[in-house]
Design a protein around this ligand. Structure first.
Ligand code: GDP
Length: 468
């Protein structure tokens, strides 16, 4: 528990922008009493005397000065998001009005909340575990439908349940070993090694499955880092515009200026492509020296996907060969652009050329497209889906690990279980088994927050946004 846990906190929970309504949230022991000091209802009835889950119309005042009219919601502990007494004030969404209401609430005795403090209290009050608290943040920052669904699954406890299942199984075995070591006269561990080994293999497999989902999970949540490569005039910016959709392109043309956008996000089939250095792409055709290749080399290095645009209406040249070298070990899609024009470069020619640059390129993904005529976009989308998610993202019962912190904990748990197996195989004493089993249990507990120090918990919540 934090030292100020007894405080009643308040914050603006909506975005600070002109909008229909703004919400000021108050949570803590004195939430209703504090709200009563700023709220005046029609019938002069105090909020403290109102029923659970009721909404009231009235005015908010600060030191006797009327600030705004508002709807006020009453939620009593433990039946609220934080598990504490909570009042939500819906006022007008003007930046100033909302801020004045918050100030009034602070004057009346609440303390400004820290970022994430409402959710932190929900966690400390046992309403949700840590992975669920993190899911709340993931929902708020979801960039696409899949990220949202995955975060919602996590909030509903999908990861917690799975982790708890594995943890319980390991706890049971650890307790068994400890009990036997304590009372060797009545409990024997003879022949237990192979039995434990089977269980450890099984649970390690479960952990491994979760870890395997992490790559897709990361892509779902963060998007696919994409770089478009190609020589000048190949059609890179035309492709970018096609992907972005027509309207954006028109806007760009009118502006006619350098856009200093470094990254553009595109949602296709629920997947987010993060296209890097779009300003560079747009400028490249003006400046021959920025042949796109030199500029993009750095980014291509840590890209998840390279879209290599080939102008199929002209022969390949040195720029193309440079790019082929560059994409050797990368997930790439080779786009033969300008399919509306007669073709100097065919798929077979590309295949032959690429094969010269390494085995990885022996089965390249090549497709024809016309950025100008808008032909072939669907093929491209399908290819991306196939490349990263084997065709479709399955959401029936697949759990995706999207959080780097969870991934690290799972890796540690897997490592500990490997040690357990080694100890069994090497016929080490039984207490070696239980030490590493406990290591795994501890690592898994870090995901749900069970075995995590206060400092780390604070650090996690500090990354949350204000008012949540
Ligand atoms: P970048 O230098 O790679 O960004 O290439 P641009 O996108 O600026 O395109 C260069 C030129 O090729 C422009 O005149 C485009 O209109 C043209 N272009 C791009 N894609 C196509 C296409 O699919 N077909 C045809 N016929 N022209 C295209």
């Amino acid at each position: 528990m934090t030292e100020n846990f007894e405080d009643t906190i308040a914050a603006i929970s909506t975005a600070m922008a002109p909008s229909g309504i703004g919400i000021v949230r108050i949570s803590g022991e004195d939430a209703l009493a504090i709200a009563d000091r700023v709220y005046t209802g029609k019938k002069e009835k105090r909020l403290t005397d109102q029923e659970q889950y009721t909404i009231h119309y009235g005015f908010i005042s600060d030191h006797g000065e009327k600030i705004d009219e508002a709807l006020v919601m009453v939620m009593r502990a433990p039946h609220s998001y934080t598990g504490e007494n909570t009042v939500e004030i819906d006022c007008h969404g003007g930046v100033l009005a909302t801020r004045r209401v918050l100030e009034a609430v602070i004057h009346a005795g609440a303390r400004p909340a820290e970022p994430g403090e409402f959710t932190k209290r929900a966690f400390l009050n046992g309403r949700i575990d840590l992975s669920q608290a993190e899911a709340v943040m993931d929902i708020i920052s979801a960039k696409n439908d899949y990220a949202l669904r995955s975060a919602q699954q996590q909030l509903s406890g999908s990861i917690s349940d799975k982790i708890e299942e594995i943890r319980q199984s390991l706890l049971y075995e650890t307790a068994h070993i400890e009990a036997a070591l304590d009372d060797p006269e009545h409990m024997s561990l003879d022949g237990y090694g192979p039995q434990l080994r089977r269980i450890v293999v099984q649970q390690r497999e479960e952990i491994h499955k979760l870890l395997e989902s992490a790559d897709s999970g990361k892509l779902i949540q963060e998007g696919i880092k994409t770089v478009i490569l190609g020589k000048p005039n190949a059609g890179k910016s035309s492709l970018l515009n096609l992907l972005l959709g027509e309207e954006r392109a028109i806007v760009t043309d009118i502006a006619g200026t350098t856009r200093d956008v470094l990254e553009e996000q595109i949602n296709i089939r629920g997947i987010t492509l993060r296209i890097l250095d779009t300003a560079g792409i747009r400028n490249a055709s003006d400046k021959i020296e920025q042949i796109g290749v030199t500029r993009a080399i750095d980014q291509a290095k840590d890209a998840d996907l390279i879209l290599y645009v080939v102008d199929r209406s002209v022969p390949l040249d040195q720029n193309d060969y440079e790019i082929m070298k560059l994409i050797r070990n990368k997930k790439s899609i080779i786009i033969l652009n300008k399919s509306d024009l007669s073709s100097e470069v065919t798929e077979e020619m590309m295949r032959e050329e690429l094969a010269k640059y390494g085995e990885d390129l022996s089965e390249p993904v090549i497709l024809n497209l016309s950025a100008k005529e808008k032909l072939g976009l669907e093929d491209l989308e399908k290819q991306i889906e196939k490349m990263f998610f084997n065709g479709k993202i399955e959401f029936n019962d697949q759990i995706y690990v999207t959080n780097v912190r969870h991934k690290k904990a799972l890796e540690d748990a897997e490592g500990s279980l490997n040690y357990v197996m080694k100890s069994i195989d090497d016929q080490m004493p039984e207490d070696f088994w239980s030490i590493d089993l406990m290591g795994a249990i501890d690592a898994l507990g870090r995901i749900t927050g069970e075995s995590l120090g206060e400092d780390l918990v604070n650090e996690i919540f500090a990354k949350f946004c204000m008012g949540k």
